[in-house]
Design a protein around this ligand. Structure first.
Ligand code: ACO
Length: 382
């Protein structure tokens, strides 16, 4: 057998290709999309503008943005059979599973679904980015037995999502918070779900299969599933005075603090800082339980960072987003779908970039089992 190679568990520190989409400076709390600081994009930009930036590599002019938004709006509606499937999904299905099913089914309606040319993928990415909010709102309403609402072509993606979810135009703060959430979650380098999409894309399979792989990877509690679980952890603690006791028990049980720790950030995630600002706005304006959960989260952050910062474990993007979503009355299990709704842009950007310089992704696993064992026929094995 060959000499044992270095094994990079979890592919930590391995670079799989060159990218110009985003850059994480993990020790200095910095994130850039195409060279622009995330703080500037969240302060001044919109999700549509961010998607344009990620896909085309530059900010759009006013005219280009108008056309791009128009293109997205024209693609928001779902084919009627897809709506029928959404209505038939069992009510106890997790919305991430439902999303995976619907995106897969939607692929069947795309006449150019096997077209992996840049233009072909681009057309599909427009369609899917536009449809994600419609799909997720429809899954939420169907689960409650409510009628499904068509998108309003006058509204942008974030506002439309809230409109389709609730049947009325959202307050300004909600629409802005959802847009900012989309900007913050749009892209994040070679994370597990982006890599999953590239593994599928690199076989030249098809765009929908790649996105479905991304959804599957994102769902896990160590990745995007953490935003739902972070919120559940605040609810479980329930009271800021119980944080210390809960934290000690969690540490003793080797339980991880959800929404903390990151493979790349060894400092406070800059996206978490922005979400925290919005979480505070919602906690202050909504009050009641939400305010209490905010205080729990704030106390837990303080206690956890005091103990974990020496291990370079800090707050990540998934810690505060749930408070913002709860402030808008979004059900807990829809928090990860909201992550996916934004991230489809980043997955697509990486697919465009990677497939253009494609090389099949095919790593190896070092074999440590036995060799040359004697095969005993079934009838002699007892
Ligand atoms: N709480 C407590 N301890 C932690 C946490 C945490 N959230 N995260 C890591 N650690 C500890 C580990 O127990 C380990 O300690 P040890 O060296 O004493 O055994 C050490 O820090 C290193 O942990 P690893 O799991 O090896 O680090 P990795 O880079 O693989 O972990 C991960 C990254 C999976 C995100 C981890 O921090 C985690 O599980 N966090 C909680 C889940 C979460 O918030 N996920 C969302 C990440 S952001 C995103 O995907 C959008």
């Amino acid at each position: 057998m060959s000499e044992k190679p270095t094994i990079y568990k979890g592919l930590e520190g391995i670079y799989v290709y060159e990218t110009a989409i985003s850059y994480i400076d993990g020790f200095n709390s910095r994130l850039y999309y195409r060279g622009y600081r995330i703080e500037d994009l969240a302060e001044h930009g919109s999700y549509e503008e961010t998607v344009y930036l990620l896909w085309y590599g530059r900010l759009p002019t006013r005219r280009e943005l108008k056309d791009f938004k128009g293109n997205l709006r024209e693609n928001m509606e779902l084919p009627p059979p897809v709506i029928e499937v959404i209505k038939k999904i069992p009510k106890d299905t997790h919305p991430m599973e439902a999303l995976r099913t619907v995106v897969s089914y939607l692929g069947n309606f795309d006449p150019g679904r096997f077209d992996m040319s840049l233009e072909g993928m681009f057309r599909k990415a427009i369609r899917l980015t536009a449809k994600f909010p419609t799909i997720i709102a429809a899954i939420a309403r169907a689960r409650q037995g409510k009628e499904i609402i068509d998108p309003d072509p006058r509204l942008g993606l974030a506002e439309n999502f809230l409109y389709m979810l609730n049947g009325e135009r959202p307050p300004e703060l909600w629409a802005r918070a959802m847009d900012v959430s989309n900007i913050l979650y749009a892209e994040h380098g070679m994370n597990a779900s982006a890599f999953a999409t590239l593994v599928v894309g690199s076989t030249l399979s098809d765009y929908y299969s790649a996105i479905v792989a991304g959804i599957g990877a994102l769902r896990g509690p160590l990745h995007g599933g953490a935003n739902e679980l972070a919120m559940r952890q605040f609810i479980e603690i329930g009271d800021p005075d119980k944080v210390e006791e809960w934290f000690e028990k969690a540490r003793a049980a080797k339980r991880r603090i959800m929404g903390m720790g990151h493979r790349v950030y060894k400092s406070y995630d800059p996206r978490a800082r922005i979400f925290k600002k919005y979480a505070k706005m919602f906690a202050d304006s909504v009050g009641g339980d939400l305010k209490r959960y905010y205080e729990v989260a704030e106390r837990l952050e303080e206690v956890a960072l005091a103990k974990l910062a020496e291990k370079r474990i800090f707050t990540n993007v998934d810690y505060w987003s749930g408070i913002v979503y709860m402030g808008m009355g979004i059900p807990l299990d829809f928090y990860t779908p909201l992550f996916a709704m934004a991230r489809v842009a980043g997955w697509s950007a990486h697919l465009f970039e990677y497939v253009a310089q494609n090389r099949l992704i095919r790593p190896r696993a070092y074999y440590v089992g036995e060799l040359d064992k004697e095969y005993i026929p079934l009838e002699q094995r007892g």
